[in-house]
Structure formats: structure tokens, C-alpha cells
Design a protein around this ligand. Structure first.
Ligand code: ADP
Length: 257
């Protein structure tokens, strides 16, 4: 951030005024630290599955291939870790495209009920396997000005997280309403919620409340930072609040049609 300070002209001089421009060095330093942390995190996150894939393949080559019981487990590990690597690469590409301004957003008038239905359809099999029920409470005339792909990605991520982090048998709902010139969408679950101490940071890249749990459910820690980028690029806001008696509410706004 830049601060402008106007100095008073002394009466005896011809000077009308002096403009002093001060750059906020702490802000620059904070951004540099964030960038460095990001590179370190990327290296670590990419190296981990690569090391596992390599070690697993070597073990198979050194003889485990001939032991059918072990071979199956090692092959599963190969598939799981290459999937993970694929997800990381595609999330990282999304982030760099968005930040470089190359994620072309096209504004259209989008009916939100149908967008919510598409997100539910995409997670239906996963939700069913965990006996999670998903309901939609959006009137059929609710409409936002947004990019269709970006909106789908935002909803899919939030609904996907609600299913991933909820307890088996949980209840997820997608609610929508209009508020002044905006629409507000909420993805609500009755899962474990996010402890207050973590709430300010969940939209940061690679930030995870429980990295073991996140990995186990296939998370990269990048989803919410991509979602936040997309929502703000579409002139909306996003936030988190605790649900009562328990669970999470991820809400975001978009301009109404
Ligand atoms: P991930 O790929 O790990 O899911 P996200 O950026 O999507 O990354 O989410 C960041 C972290 O926020 C997750 O690791 C998880 O700890 C927490 N989180 C996100 N959504 C929920 C939710 N609905 N309920 C509980 N915790 C959540």
C-alpha cells in the first residue's frame, strides 16, 4: 500500500507543496515471505508423491511383483499417488492462470438452481457412498452474473469439501437468496466445522486444518484459495461462519442479474 503525505508550503518559499510517497515495506516483505513459502510448499507437495511412486516402483522391481498379495497393495499406492500428483498439477496450473490473468472470465446470466444441481450431480456417488444427503433450497428465478465454468468450479469445490469433511450420514444443503443487488449462496454442512483459531487462514494456499485428514480424502490444500480467487474476480465476496449447533457455512456473494 502506498501512503501520500502532503507537506505544508512554508509562507516564505515559492513551493506550493511537497508530495512524499512512502511504500509500506512490511507489506512488500509479507508478500515476499508468502511467495517463498508457496515455492517451498509446492516443492514439498510435489516431491512427496513422486518419492512414493519411485520407491514403490523400485520395490516392485526388486521382487514384490512376484508376491501377488503385496503387489496389489503397491499398485494401489502407485495409482493413488499418481492421482494425487495429477490433482496438484491441475490445481497449481489453475492458480497460476488465475494470477497471470489468463483465466478468461465471461459474464453471463446464470440460473443458480441449475448450477447447484450440477454440483450435486457431480458429487452424488461420493455422497451416497457416505450416506450424506444433499438438499437444494434456491428459488428457480435466482440468477447471478458470473462466468459459468468458474461458478461450477466454486460450487463443486465447496459442496465437495462439505461431503469430504462431514461425518457419514451427514446433511449438506445449498441455499440461495437475493440481498440488495447481490445473491448470497451458502453451502452448509453439519460436520466437524473449523476451529476458530484456523478460520482466518483456510483461504490461504496449502492451509489445512488437519493435513493428515486432508490428504486421506484427496485434498491438496489449494481448493479454497482457488475458490476465493474466482469469487473475487467475479466481483463477489466469500467467507466462513460456524453453523449451529455444529458444522460449517461457506457463503459467497455474486452480482444479481
Ligand atoms: P483441501 O484440498 O485440503 O480440501 P481446501 O483449500 O479445499 O483444501 O480446504 C482447506 C482446509 O479447510 C481443508 O484441509 C480442511 O481442513 C478445511 N475445510 C474445508 N472445508 C471444510 C468443511 N466443509 N468442513 C470442515 N473443514 C473444512
Amino acid at each position: 500500500s502506498t501512503k501520500l503525505v502532503l507537506a505544508q508550503a512554508s509562507p516564505r518559499q515559492e513551493t506550493v507543496g511537497t508530495v512524499v510517497v512512502m511504500h509500506d515495506v512490511t507489506e512488500l516483505r509479507r508478500l515476499e515471505t508468502m511467495r517463498r513459502d508457496f515455492v517451498a510448499n509446492v516443492s514439498h507437495e510435489l516431491r512427496t508423491p513422486v518419492s512414493i511412486i519411485r520407491a514403490t516402483a523400485e520395490t516392485l522391481q526388486e521382487g514384490a511383483l512376484d508376491d501377488p498379495k503385496h503387489a496389489k497393495r503397491f499398485l494401489d499406492a502407485l495409482i493413488r499417488n499418481s492421482e494425487r500428483l495429477g490433482r496438484l498439477i491441475s490445481d497449481l496450473l489453475d492458480i497460476s492462470r488465475i494470477e497471470a490473468g489468463e483465466y478468461a472470465l465471461e459474464a453471463g446470466e446464470l440460473p443458480l438452481q441449475r448450477a447447484a444441481e450440477r454440483a450435486v450431480d457431480a458429487v452424488a456417488a461420493h455422497a451416497a457412498s457416505r450416506s450424506i444427503d444433499i438438499s437444494i433450497d434456491i428459488t428457480d428465478d435466482l440468477c447471478a452474473v458470473a462466468d459459468a465454468n468458474a461458478l461450477d468450479q466454486v460450487l463443486l469445490n465447496l459442496v465437495g469439501n462439505a461431503v469430504k469433511y462431514s461425518h457419514e450420514g451427514g446433511q449438506v444443503s445449498i441455499r440461495g437468496r437475493s440481498l440488495d443487488e447481490h445473491v448470497v449462496l451458502e453451502v452448509v454442512d453439519d460436520g466437524p466445522g473449523i476451529p476458530a483459531a484456523h478460520r482466518d487462514r483456510i483461504f490461504e494456499r496449502f492451509y489445512r486444518v488437519d493435513s493428515g485428514r486432508s490428504r486421506e480424502v484427496g485434498g491438496t490444500g489449494l481448493g479454497l484459495s482457488i475458490v476465493k480467487h474466482l469469487v473475487t474476480s467475479m466481483n463477489g465476496q466469500i467467507g466462513y461462519k460456524a453453523a449451529t449447533p455444529r458444522g460449517s457455512i461457506f457463503w459467497f456473494t455474486l452480482p444479481a442479474c
